[in-house]
Write a protein that binds this ligand. Structure first.
Ligand SMILES: Cc1cc2nc3c(=O)[nH]c(=O)nc-3n(C[C@H](O)[C@H](O)[C@H](O)COP(=O)(O)O)c2cc1C
Length: 371
């Protein structure tokens, strides 16, 4: 389906899920994607033996979840092992001041939730997930238990293997096309999580997006609040921090290659960025959309994001992520209307092949402090 202005969103191909009372993931047609769904079997998820599985693997589960991407690598999450379940909570002390609604914090936590579900799959169980289980506890975002036993399928294994090299790609892309069928697979991933991946296919749509994001980047880069957050969450090479973005994962801003959306100015004239710029243009530009724009939608967007990033990384395709233009309400609305988007934009992505990895650190499981 062409959603206007060159943004292709194959909404009809898989059908958007309707209401999801307890499980997050609608059943999929067939094949490897089907294994990623939650188990709806709450009885099998409640045995003492399976509760032991979670408790016995707590460190592994939390460390796996923490590999998820998060805005500025803030890692705004906390995990608690309760009887028979892993609880995911937000950590508002790690919320950016440029994110007053907590949208980016919840997308980040949604990514950690997908990581947790995938880690449960690696233990040989389907996850049973309750999203926002207690409206009285705003910070409690999800509870994950083990459901029916089922070994991970081929795609899940590939995604698990990709966890270590998946990264946000700010350096040069390698030349060459994406593997055949990958983009359709990523769109499938998004739909399976209740989101949509719209592809910006036409030159006109890309030009509009580029123009809007360049103007937003100029304004955003000058904002004292945004600059303060970047100083707070970027690390020089000498630093030992386990959060924030290291200089080795930042690209110098000289010479933005054609076809690449502007990146945030993480360097701020300090000369800390260590990645070169240049390289081949990205192979695809995409917008991650959700049907609504509430907390549950943001959590779904995060799950969709990490799922498709891991799927792409399993084929050595990586993404640069762009949320700076979506932090401003007017610019976000402009992107929606100018691209005739069939949903609320949560993230802009550019995908391309690469052979290099720029890893970022994570806090060890159990580290309680916030900066
Ligand atoms: C909600 C969200 C927003 C993000 N926004 C940006 C962004 O605007 N620019 C950028 O370069 N990276 C962005 N990122 C990527 C994070 O900086 C990255 O995930 C984090 O530094 C951890 O690094 P990794 O993804 O390489 O593991 C975003 C990630 C998330 C989850």
């Amino acid at each position: 389906m062409d959603a206007g202005c060159g943004v292709t969103a194959r909404v009809r191909a898989f059908g958007l899920p309707g209401s999801r009372p307890k499980t997050l993931t609608p059943a999929l047609a067939a094949g490897d994607h089907a294994g990623m769904g939650d188990s709806s079997d709450s009885v099998t998820g409640s045995t003492a033996g399976q509760a032991q599985v979670l408790a016995g693997n707590a460190r592994f589960l939390i460390a796996s979840a923490a590999r998820a991407p998060s805005v500025h690598n803030t890692q705004p999450w906390r995990f608690r092992i309760s009887p028979g379940a892993v609880e995911l909570r937000s950590d508002p002390q790690r919320k950016l001041r440029t994110d007053p609604s907590g949208r980016e914090m919840l997308i980040s936590c949604g990514a950690a939730l997908f990581a947790l579900r995938l880690a449960v799959r690696s233990l040989g169980y389907l996850p049973v997930t309750e999203l926002l289980p207690d409206p009285a506890q705003l910070r409690l975002l999800a509870r994950v238990r083990t459901g029916a036993a089922a070994p991970p399928n081929g795609l899940e294994r590939q995604m698990l293997d990709a966890v270590q090299h998946r990264h946000t790609h700010r350096g040069p892309f390698a030349p060459g096309p994406l593997p055949p069928g990958l983009l359709a697979g990523l769109q499938h991933d998004a739909l399976a999580e209740g989101a949509t991946l719209g592809l910006v296919t036409g030159g006109l749509a890309y030009d509009r997006l580029e123009r809007i994001t360049a103007a937003a980047a100029r304004r955003g880069d000058l904002s004292p609040r945004a600059r303060a957050e970047i100083r707070r969450w970027t690390r020089t090479e000498a630093g030992m921090a386990r959060d924030g973005i290291p200089a080795t994962a930042l690209a110098s801003r000289t010479g933005r290659p054609a076809g690449r959306l502007p990146q945030r100015d993480f360097d701020l004239g300090r000369g800390i960025a260590r990645l070169p710029s240049g390289g081949a243009p990205p192979s695809a530009t995409a917008v991650l959309l959700t049907p609504g724009d509430r907390r549950a939608d943001w959590l779904r967007a995060g799950q969709a994001l990490y799922r498709l990033l891991l799927h792409a990384a399993s084929q050595w395709v990586f993404a640069s992520l762009h949320t700076q233009p979506l932090e401003d309400t007017t610019t976000r609305g402009l992107i929606s209307s100018q691209l005739a988007l069939p949903g609320h934009p949560q993230m802009l992505l550019q995908l391309g092949p690469a052979t290099t990895v720029s890893p970022t650190a994570r806090r060890p499981p159990g580290e309680p402090d916030s900066p």
